[in-house]
Write a protein that binds this ligand. Structure first.
Ligand code: XIL
Length: 372
C-alpha cells in the first residue's frame, strides 16, 4: 500500500516537472519550499531588484525571484539620480521595465524612494537658492509619483531623514526648505498618487532615540491632516548582534500609532564592521584594510550556523508580531547581489542573505522556513 502511494507520488511529481519551463527545471530551488508560500497570510516577502534583474538578464536570479518572493523594491532604479538626471530630463526606461516585470510575475512594487539626501542628481546638489530646490522637490514628486500612480503598491516617500539622536538630519532639503519638508513630501505624494501606500523608511529607527524621532515625525504628518500608512525599518544588522529587544519594542510602538510595520532592506552582515556598529549610513565608507575580508574563500560552518540562528530568532519575533507586520523585504535575492560586498569597504565577500552565490538556499533559509 505504502509503496503504491510512494510510486504514484513520484510519478505525479515527474509529470509536474515536465510541465515546467526549461529554465525552472534547472533551478537550484526546485523542490525547495518557498518563502512567499510559507508566510502567506502572515506578511509579504520581498527582495530588492537590481537593474540587471529588471532587464531580465540572468536565469538563475529570475527563477529564484519568481519562486520565492511576492514583492520587489527597486534597489537603485527609482532613485532620483537615475530617474531624473536633468532639470527637465527624466529617464523612465528601467523603472518602466521593472513595473512590467513585476506585473508579469505577480510581484507588488514597493517603490523606493522619492526624497532622499543620497543618490541625488548632480544638478540638484549644485542648487543654491531655496526656490529652485522647492521647484525641483515639487516637480520630482509630482512627475514621478504621478507616472507610477496605480502601477506601484507603495512609495517610500521619504528615506533616512533622521539623525541618530532623533533630530532631523542635515540635508539640502532641511537646509533650503525648512523642517516641514517631510510633511510636504507626503502631501504631494498623496495628491499625485492617491491610491498608493505611503511610507517613511530609515535605518536604526529601532533604537530608542531615533525611534522617538520617527514617532514624533509620524505624529506631525498626521496632525497636518496628511496620510502616512506605514514605517519601514531597514534592517541592516549584523549576524549574532541583532537588536531583538529594540526591534520588538519598535514593532509595538509603531503599531500603537497605527502604522503598518515593515522590514524593508533586511540583511545580516557576517563581516567585521570598521566601526563595530550596525549603522547603515551609505555616505560612511572605509578604506580596504587587512583582516577585514576573512571569508573570501568560503564561509566556515560555525559562521554559517551563527547566521542561521540569527535569522531564526528574527523570524520567530516577526511571526510573534505578524498581526502588525505587513512585509519583510531582503536587500537582494542572493549573496552575490548584496550591496554589503562593497559597503562600507569595497570588494569584500559577504554572506548576508538566505541564498548563496549559486542561488542555492543556505542553512539560514531552512531555519527561517522551519520557524513557521
Ligand atoms: C544601496 C544600494 O544597494 C547600492 O547598490 C547603492 O550603491 C547604494 O544604495 N539604505 C537605502 C538603500 O535606503 O537605498 C541603499 O541601497 C542601502 C541603504
Amino acid at each position: 500500500m505504502l509503496i503504491h502511494y510512494t510510486v504514484r507520488g513520484v510519478l505525479v511529481l515527474l509529470n509536474l516537472l515536465a510541465l515546467l519551463p526549461c529554465h525552472a527545471q534547472q533551478s537550484p530551488t526546485i523542490g525547495v519550499p518557498s518563502l512567499k508560500e510559507t508566510f502567506k497570510g502572515d506578511f509579504l516577502v520581498g527582495t530588492a531588484l537590481s537593474a540587471t534583474q529588471a532587464r531580465e538578464n540572468g536565469a538563475g536570479a529570475a527563477s529564484l525571484i519568481a519562486q520565492q518572493f511576492n514583492a520587489v523594491t527597486p534597489e537603485n532604479i527609482m532613485k532620483a539620480a537615475i530617474l531624473h538626471p536633468g532639470w527637465d530630463k527624466y529617464n523612465f526606461e528601467l523603472a518602466d521595465k521593472l513595473v512590467e516585470y513585476a506585473q508579469k510575475n505577480g510581484l507588488k512594487v514597493n517603490a523606493h524612494t522619492l526624497i532622499w539626501h543620497s543618490q541625488l542628481p548632480g544638478f540638484v546638489r549644485r542648487l543654491t537658492d531655496p526656490d529652485s530646490v522647492r521647484q525641483f522637490f515639487y516637480n520630482h514628486i509630482t512627475t514621478v509619483a504621478g507616472r507610477y500612480s496605480g502601477k506601484v503598491f507603495s512609495w517610500d516617500v521619504v528615506n533616512e531623514a533622521l539623525a541618530e539622536d532623533g533630530t532631523l538630519r542635515t540635508s539640502i532639503f532641511l537646509e533650503k526648505l525648512g523642517d516641514n519638508y517631510i510633511v510636504e513630501a507626503f502631501r504631494l505624494a498623496q495628491k499625485a498618487s492617491p491610491n498608493t501606500e505611503l511610507y517613511y523608511n530609515d535605518y536604526s529607527i529601532e533604537r530608542p532615540k531615533k525611534r522617538a524621532g520617527a514617532i514624533a515625525l509620524i505624529k506631525k504628518i498626521k496632525a497636518a491632516g496628511v496620510r502616512i500608512d506605514g514605517v519601514g525599518i531597514q534592517g541592516h544588522w549584523r549576524a549574532n548582534n541583532v537588536p531583538l529587544p529594540d526591534i520588538e519594542q519598535s514593532i509595538i510602538e509603531f503599531a500603537a500609532i497605527e502604522m503598518k510595520v515593515m522590514f524593508t532592506e533586511l540583511d545580516l552582515s557576517v563581516l567585521p564592521s570598521p566601526w563595530n556598529s550596525n549603522v547603515a549610513d551609505v555616505d560612511r565608507t572605509s578604506a580596504v584594510r587587512t583582516g577585514m575580508d576573512p571569508y573570501k574563500n568560503g564561509l566556515p560552518d560555525s559562521v554559517q550556523h551563527m547566521l542561521a540562528k540569527s535569522y531564526e530568532d528574527l523570524f520567530r519575533l516577526f511571526l510573534k508580531h505578524k498581526d502588525k507586520i505587513s512585509r519583510i523585504t531582503f536587500w537582494g535575492a542572493s549573496d552575490g547581489q548584496s550591496w554589503l560586498n562593497d559597503w562600507p569597504i569595497r570588494g569584500r565577500t559577504n554572506y548576508p542573505l538566505l541564498f548563496d552565490r549559486e542561488y542555492k538556499p543556505k542553512p539560514a533559509f531552512y531555519k527561517v522556513i522551519a520557524v513557521k
